[in-house]
Design a protein around this ligand. Structure first.
Ligand code: HEC
Length: 209
């Protein structure tokens, strides 16, 4: 009798202890604690450091945010070639001719980009009657007036890059290569309005009649 009781008591105790262990293991995970978790291999995970936008007692301006040394240039952003990147020569004047090589690909790319980024206002033929004008936007001048026909290529490039008066900048939408391709295409549109029969190769003239 006594032995039987001890047997059941022993089993009961084991089950009780196991249950207690499981419950407390569950509690252990959920209980908030201020102590850092046990971290067997800390490496350099925890260290003294400044966080961005916090206060510093070390620097004079009490900010942890440091400015780059003046004149620092991010890698790949030197852009020394002002003709290509700004359309200007070293003295700051607009260059007359596009510095990139022109072939059929340049023209097609220019046409594609022009129709996307410029034609809403300037229209596909550059007469300044794009769809935006019907919506009340200020009409831009036609590309076929003498003043714009005589503009240096570098200035047209600059207008795309920085905008002009009421026209917004397209610096972020159109990269430098594409800007030059658009310049070439604007020149093509201008030429097409002022072409003479002499501009057409002789063997093609027949097709016009
Ligand atoms: C949102 C409408 C709009 C778009 C898009 C636009 N332009 Fe213009 N553009 C204008 C307006 C408006 C003017 C006239 C600015 C003024 O004189 O106030 C203008 C003027 C110009 C001029 C003549 C500047 C002068 O000195 O008279 C050129 C060249 C030009 N744009 C080229 C472009 C090219 C190239 C693109 C495409 C990359 C383009 N524009 C896209 C609205 C636009």
């Amino acid at each position: 009798m006594r032995a039987g009781f001890m047997k059941y008591f022993g089993l009961g105790l084991i089950i009780f202890l196991l249950t207690l262990l499981l419950i407390s293991a569950g509690c252990y995970r959920k209980r908030p604690s201020d102590k850092p978790p046990i971290h067997l291999n800390p490496n350099m995970d925890r260290q003294e450091k400044y966080k961005a936008q916090s206060e510093s007692e070390f620097f004079e301006d009490h900010s942890t945010m440091r400015q780059p040394v003046s004149g620092a240039v991010a890698r790949g952003y030197l852009r020394e070639d002002t003709e290509y990147y700004e359309g200007k020569n070293a003295k700051g004047g607009f260059i007359n001719k596009t510095p990139v090589e022109i072939d059929m690909n340049t023209l097609e790319r220019g046409q594609d980009r022009f129709n996307i980024y410029c034609s809403p206002c300037h229209s596909r033929v550059g007469d300044g009657r794009g769809i935006m004008i019907n919506k009340g936007y200020l009409p831009p001048p036609s590309f076929h007036i003498d003043r714009i026909r005589e503009m240096p290529d570098g200035q047209v490039y600059d207008i795309i890059t920085n905008g002009v008066r009421n026209m917004p900048s397209y610096r972020h939408q159109v990269n430098p290569d594409d800007r030059w391709a658009i310049v070439v295409y604007v020149r093509t549109l201008q030429r097409s309005r002022n072409a003479t029969i002499g501009d057409i190769p002789e063997e093609k003239r027949e097709e016009l009649k």
